[in-house]
Design a protein around this ligand. Structure first.
Ligand code: NAD
Ligand code: TYD
Length: 379
């Protein structure tokens, strides 16, 4: 099988491609615009494979998409390309509307045109797999409730609203035109090659630089964390074994408050890279913290860097996934627990300082300055 993966240079897309090349006999065409979040270095382990090809294309570019379909003749599309960061969507929603909604529409039309021209057997076997998020379901108010595949959509942020819109488009293309689609809605991922604007890599890297660890509001928001390689395996199962027209929720059964996640990261770093007594330059970076405490006493834990900052507007309090359908029907379960996955993740960041340095471009620094300066270090 040849699979066209959109957004393959991103965090989850690159894990999917590494999984396909390393663990299956299938071929991949990685179609990616290479925005700030796309990084071909995440694919260096597999990009020499004869079963891998790359196309730098924007999913909003209809002509380029048509060319790629004609040249590569894929058997399936796994659609991951998206703008993915909630805080950026609050700061500037336009690119989220453009890529997540207009881009998905443009990709659906290019796929439909190609799919309708396929001969009968290939047409019947073709799959369009749309990768979405649990954030389309909005906040869970009942502390016992879980998102199921039939939970009504109630997105809160420009990001989740744009993803919800794209899910609706995919379902409409299935119902109206018969395009054989599958949708997955997954909880928060973490793991290697995660762009350091998101909570887990941001906390690890700030801690290593002796910078404040910004926790939005009280840090009592709950997310259900899934190790990215478990997600990649689930996605491959869905595209190859899932029932056409179905939706599958994917989650890790790892509900944690943000503050618990930050504490877990600090404890692992305390063990794996114990903190030095701050001197010189590192003092400048943490001068927001209590002077007496920092300057005159040795630090004992990275937890001392935790700083509660202004909350995210419209912040969803709790997400949690009921993943029983994919477990029951496709026999998928996560391999990693939160404890094993988070340890692997911290170890990966400690061992890949070179990758980290290269993704921290000037544009990324500008984003950090903008996002955290305005939060003003106040809950
Ligand atoms: P990411 O931001 O790391 O990567 C997105 C990729 O898409 C990048 O390589 C980027 O260059 C590419 N891209 C962006 N705009 C494009 C365009 N117009 N044309 C072509 N390529 C474009 O995102 P991620 O975290 O890997 O998420 C991948 C998908 O999974 C997204 O659809 C996201 O909504 C969904 N998802 C993410 C999570 C999570 O925790 N990260 C959880 C559930 C679902
Ligand atoms: P994030 O990684 O941005 O994922 P999402 O918003 O898609 O869930 O954030 C995860 C949680 O961590 C979310 O509740 C917001 C919170 N958060 C912080 O407390 N501090 C931060 O600096 C960031 C980036 C996120």
């Amino acid at each position: 099988m040849k699979i066209l993966v959109t957004g393959g240079a991103g965090f989850i897309g690159s894990a999917v491609i590494r999984h396909i090349i390393d663990s299956t006999a299938d071929s991949v065409v990685n179609l990616d615009k290479l925005t700030y979040a796309g990084n071909l270095e995440s694919l260096l382990d597999v990009s020499d494979s004869e079963r891998y090809a790359f196309e730098q294309v924007d999913i909003c570019d209809s002509m380029a998409l048509q060319r790629v379909f004609q040249e590569h003749q894929p058997d399936a599309v796994m659609h991951l390309a998206a703008e993915s960061h909630v805080d950026r969507s609050i700061d500037g929603p336009a690119t989220f509307i453009e890529t997540n909604i207009v881009g998905t529409y443009t990709l659906l039309e290019a796929t439909r045109q190609y799919w309708q021209g396929l001969e009968t057997a290939r047409k019947a076997a073709f799959r369009f797999h749309h990768i979405s998020t649990d954030e389309v379901y909005g906040d869970l108010e009942d502390p016992e409730a879980l998102f199921t595949e039939t939970t009504p959509y109630a997105p809160s942020s420009p990001y989740s609203a744009s993803k919800a819109s794209s899910d609706h488009l995919v379902r409409a293309w299935s119902r109206t035109y018969g395009l054989p689609m599958l949708i997955t809605n997954c909880s928060n991922n973490y793991g290697p090659y995660h762009f350091p604007e998101k909570l887990i890599p941001l906390i690890i890297l700030n801690a290593l630089e002796g910078k404040p660890l910004p926790v939005y509001g009280k840090g009592n928001q709950v997310r259900d964390w899934l190790y990215v390689e478990d997600h990649a395996r689930a996605l491959y199962k869905v595209v190859t074994e899932g029932v056409v027209g179905e939706t599958y929720n994917i989650g890790g059964h790892n509900e944690k408050q943000n503050i618990e996640v930050v504490h877990a990261l600090c404890e692992l770093l305390d063990e794996l890279r114990p903190m030095q007594t701050p001197v010189g330059a590192s003092l400048l970076a943490i001068n927001d913290l209590a002077d007496a405490q920092i300057k005159h006493q040795p630090m004992r834990s990275y937890k001392e860097l935790i700083t509660h900052v202004q909350d995210r507007p419209g912040h969803d309090l709790r997400y949690a996934i009921d993943a029983s359908k994919i477990q029951r029907e496709l026999n998928w379960t996560p391999v990693e627990t939160f404890e094993s996955g988070i340890r692997k993740t911290v170890e990966w960041y400690l061992g890949h300082a070179d990758w980290v340095e290269r993704v921290k471009s000037g544009a990324y620094q500008l984003w950090l300055d903008k996002n955290y300066a305005r939060r003003n270090d106040k809950p």
